[in-house]
Design a protein around this ligand. Structure first.
Ligand code: NAD
Length: 485
């Protein structure tokens, strides 16, 4: 990215209400830093609580006209947004690298994935169905229609700054809703860029608003207590999600929650070991391990554990931690020093509990939020590292003996987002998948995320689904009309 491109992005103040960028108020700037070296790459404003409520009102004001547009018109806007994202793919990806630290290849992959939500929901906008039936006792006809749920507050995390936003904005706009987006404080510039892109695609003033309060708690609470807000769509940690469910309860706001994961990666005795290693690298190392879908616990059958571990360690050792835009880097920076330290502390704890680091495992000296690719063996199910989300480039391997045992281990968690199963016997893998308590199961694959498929978790990993045919329904209200026969 050229300096002028960074400058151009940073003129977006972070607060966009009713089609107007508010200037950064003196003394209320928040610096955005590149986690690879700590340098400042932009500044955004600290949106006040009053401004957040004004954003809700701007959305509410714009809602009736947007809801009244034809599905074809809304589809056209989303399609133009998809085209713009494709055209500006490289600029967006480099911005993501700068504020998030991830590899450029991962950022490019994210932009493609993110853009596809606009294309997919452009297609879904014109396919919202209904129902028309005779009541069982033939006293009336039942007509079922749907309408936009209303003003939606969208809250996103830092690990996929573009995709987590488009996965919400796409279906919300397709359904005819108006939104207030609150991105993570670490990565607001990508969100600001996307909001600008949407206006260029033809989104009318007030339909998409952006707020960047420095303290999200009070600002989000105020929005969730505004009587015009009808929807909360949140992606982030289970801890914050739980707080927001309590907040949303006061006004009985509809909630879609994409929360934390703790994905088990099962390698059965009959698995193709090289395939499993390949899949493990993707499931673990995509996004530097900072994905809710990242394989968190590797459970490998005793008969193949040694070979699997050796091959995977060889692959992990090839990866060098470095700047995301350096083509020689195999893993980029973590999003912040604090996030890197969380990973390092968890690895230290795992070693204290008996794990052995075959590679990595030590917090590097020097500038930048880097953590080396790490492989831990000797992990036992139940150790802290199998209970918490690692969110970094750390493989933790435990050995199992029986199928029932490994299914019990996989399900022995409050989370239930995704699980991975490697077996040469597809029917067996499907049988195991049916017994796993997770919203998604990847069979002999290291990645499952796909805009055309429903993404989401069971148990404390979330409520509702994003993407697929059901994604738009999260932003629609069902209405039943009883009419004469
Ligand atoms: P986080 O929960 O700390 O923050 C998420 C968002 O909530 C951010 O915008 C943050 O500013 C905001 N927030 C924080 N405290 C808040 C409060 N008190 N009130 C209102 N808003 C608040 O999560 P994170 O660290 O940004 O992201 C990592 C987490 O997100 C991981 O647990 C990961 O598994 C999860 N995640 C889940 C999915 C999914 O689809 N299930 C996808 C990506 C990330």
């Amino acid at each position: 990215m050229t300096t002028s491109e960074v400058d151009r992005d940073s003129v977006f103040s972070g607060t966009f209400i009713g089609g107007v960028w508010a200037p950064v108020a003196p003394g209320r700037g928040q610096l955005v830093r590149d986690p690879a070296d700590g340098s400042v790459i932009g500044e955004i404003g600290d949106t006040s609580v009053v401004e957040c409520l004004a954003a809700v009102e701007a959305a509410s004001g714009a809602l009736p006209a947007w809801a009244a547009t034809t599905p074809r018109e809304r589809a056209g806007v989303l399609r133009r947004a998809f085209d713009l994202m494709q055209r500006e793919r490289d600029v967006i990806a480099r911005l993501i690298v700068r504020e998030n630290g991830k590899l450029l290849a991962d950022a490019l992959g994210e932009v493609d994935y993110a853009a596809e939500f606009f294309q997919w929901f452009a297609e879904e906008a014109v396919r919202v169905g209904g129902d028309f039936r005779l009541a069982p006792n033939a006293d009336k006809r039942i007509v079922v229609t749907s309408q936009p749920i209303g003003v939606a507050v969208l809250i996103t995390p830092w690990n996929f700054p573009a995709a987590m936003a488009t996965r919400k904005i796409g279906p919300a706009l397709a359904a005819g809703c108006a939104v207030v987006l609150k991105p993570a404080g670490e990565t607001p510039l990508t969100a600001a860029y996307l909001v600008d892109l949407l206006t260029r695609a033809g989104v009318p003033d007030g339909v998409v608003n952006l707020v960047t309060p420095a303290e999200p708690g009070p600002a989000v609470s105020a929005m969730l207590h505004h009587r015009l807000v009808r929807k909360l769509s949140f992606t982030g940690s289970t801890e914050v999600g739980r707080l927001l469910l309590h907040e949303a309860a006061d006004q009985v706001i509809s909630c879609s929650m994409e929360l934390g994961g703790n994905a088990p990666f099962l390698v059965l005795a009959d698995a193709d070991i090289e395939d499993a290693v390949e899949g493990a690298m993707v499931a673990k190392m995509r996004n530097g391990g900072a994905a809710c879908t990242a394989a968190n616990r590797f459970y490998v059958h005793r008969s193949i554990a040694e070979e699997f571990t050796r091959l995977l360690t060889d692959r992990m050792e090839e990866l060098v931690a470095g700047r995301g835009d350096d083509p020689h880097s195999g893993v980029g920076a973590m999003v912040s020093d604090a996030e890197r330290d969380k990973i390092a502390d968890l690895v230290d704890l795992a070693i204290d509990e008996g794990a052995v680091a075959l590679s990595g495992g030590r917090r590097p000296d020097g500038a930048g939020a880097f953590y080396p690719p790490t492989v831990l063996t000797g992990v036992r199910h139940g150790d802290s590292i199998t209970r918490r989300e690692i969110f970094g480039p750390v493989v933790a391997i435990a050995v199992f003996d029986t199928e029932d045992e490994v299914i019990d281990w996989a399900n022995d968690t409050d989370m239930g987002l995704i699980a991975y199963v490697y077996s040469a016997d597809q029917a067996r893998a499907m049988r195991i998948a049916a017994r796993l308590e997770s919203g998604m199961v990847a069979i002999n694959r290291g990645v499952a995320s796909e805009p055309a498929a429903p993404f989401g978790g069971m148990k404390q990993s979330g409520l509702g689904r994003e993407g697929g045919h059901v994604g738009i329904e999260e932003f629609l209200e069902t209405k039943y009309l009883a009419i004469p026969v």
